[in-house]
Design a protein around this ligand. Structure first.
Ligand SMILES: *Cc1c(COP(=O)(O)O)cnc(C)c1O
Length: 443
């Protein structure tokens, strides 16, 4: 007789207090941040900490140049502005991503176009990319989703064929490798986020990398109001030559990110060890589909995604309902499971309504006035929809969580999958899976 499920009044497998929060703050972090406070310099585009972080991130990734920014979204927008994307241009990205991969195009008055995903990696499916290209396409934003590198070779090949810019959204994939190449370094510009949840944490912030001197210089201008710097005095001229923004980072987040960077490889290795253990154990349970890492890649598991297949589990149930039932049962066992994106990005209201700037329909109206139609019908993204119906994220796979926690996560899966009938009986219970902000240092 198996133990009663927590959703049915039994004892949970794991307590919240056993799952450790992210980020890990050490004395090294305190020391570097305190040094900033003691230095009296807290801000500035060329201040010591941001400059040092730029050098260190360029060295880490192997990129020629790096600029720190105030967010990953800012780095993405800066990249589009730097390569010359403009009003009415189309920018292609993945249907399964965070909104910023697409809204950065809107920020540049360009129009996002979406491509469905590969059913194994959940990254943009390169075989569906060419069909999305038009004479208005200017750039492609592949996303290394949840830490898994996108299949860059065919994407780069198609980009070359059509003369398109490639901006890598590497916000979730610090240190991931695609066929030995660091993500972020394969396109024209790579963008990373330093927000608290990410594998490299500064609190908030972003990193913009490029091998192009032109995109470095353009990026620098755009980051700081488009304001020219005097070549002789190195002072700002207060004469903006192009349209820019205020996208600088600051000394305190940069110092924290620098301290964390020293331990990035160690932390990524711990994530990978946890993920590989989970995958080896969970793949033994019929109906559980662990994440996939392409054989020639390094996945850094920003998130650990599992999908559920009721037929494989021997249950007759609609896949979405099955996922909801299993998710609730696991959550009640104490696992911090829950969905991240719940729908393809193009299904979000902003794309359905296309209200745009000030409710004017801009920037879509630029091309729609010429008879070009933008259709964000979610049915065009069946793989993303299937994923959104059937996946959940197992949170808390970051260090210092280790084998002790992972074994309990696996035990909870075995417990729930041995009593799926009971779990399904509770599918409509008012239970709301997910994590609390403290898990990722978010208040
Ligand atoms: C986090 C994230 C961003 C944005 O980063 P911020 O620093 O939060 O602006 C962009 N794209 C993806 C895929 C992300 O996960």
């Amino acid at each position: 007789m198996s133990e009663k499920l927590a959703i049915d009044g039994g004892k949970p497998v794991i307590e919240r207090s056993e799952i450790k929060n992210w980020p890990i703050i050490t004395d090294e972090d305190r020391k570097l941040v305190n040094e900033v406070l003691d230095s009296g310099i807290v801000s500035g585009g060329t201040a010591p900490q941001v400059t040092a972080l730029e050098k260190e991130w360029a060295t880490y990734t192997g990129a020629k140049y790096c600029l720190t920014t105030c967010s990953g979204t800012a780095a993405l927008h800066m990249a589009l502005a730097a390569v010359g994307v403009g009003p009415g241009d189309e920018v292609i990205t993945s249907a399964f991503t965070f909104l910023a991969s697409a809204s950065c195009a809107l920020h540049q008055n360009a129009i996002p176009v979406f491509v469905d995903i590969d059913p194994k990696t959940y990254c943009m499916d390169p075989s569906k990319l060419e069909a999305a290209i038009t004479e208005r396409t200017k750039a492609i934003i592949p996303v290394h989703i949840q830490g898994c590198p996108a299949d860059m070779d065919p994407i780069l090949q198609i980009a070359k064929k059509y003369n398109l810019y490639v901006i890598e959204d590497a916000c979730q994939a610090h240190g991931a490798l695609y066929k030995g190449r660091m993500v972020g370094t394969m396109g024209h510009v790579g963008a990373f986020s330093l927000n608290a949840l990410k594998n490299l944490c500064g609190g908030e912030g972003g990193l913009y990398i490029t091998d192009s001197e032109e995109f470095l210089n353009k990026g620098m201008l755009i980051r700081c109001f488009g304001d020219e710097i005097d070549e002789e005095t190195h002072r700002r001229k207060y004469n903006a030559s192009i349209l820019g923004y205020m996208y600088r980072n600051q000394e305190l987040p940069a110092a924290l990110a620098r301290a964390q960077l020293k331990r990035l490889d160690e932390y990524n290795a711990a994530r990978i060890a946890n993920a590989e253990y989970l995958t080896s154990e969970l793949s033994k349970i019929p109906g559980v589909i662990p994440p996939y890492c392409p054989p020639d890649c390094k996945h850094v598991y920003f998130m650990y995604n599992v999908r559920f297949d009721p037929a494989a589990a021997g249950v007759e149930c609609e896949p979405r309902r099955f996922r909801i039932a299993v998710e609730k049962a696991l959550y009640k066992e104490g696992l911090l499971v829950g969905q991240w994106q719940t729908m393809p990005v193009p299904a979000q209201d902003i794309f359905q309504s296309k209200l745009g700037y000030g409710g004017t329909g801009y920037p879509w109206t630029i091309n729609e006035s010429k008879g070009i139609k933008y259709d964000y019908n979610p049915n065009q993204f069946p793989v993303t929809q299937m994923l959104c119906d059937t996946y959940t994220v197992i949170h808390g796979i970051h260090p210092p969580n280790g084998r002790e926690q992972m074994e309990k996560y696996v035990a909870a899966f075995h417990k729930v999958f041995s009593q799926l009938g009971t779990a399904l009986d509770h599918a409509d219970d008012k239970i709301y899976p997910g994590f609390d902000g403290a898990l990722y240092g978010v208040g």
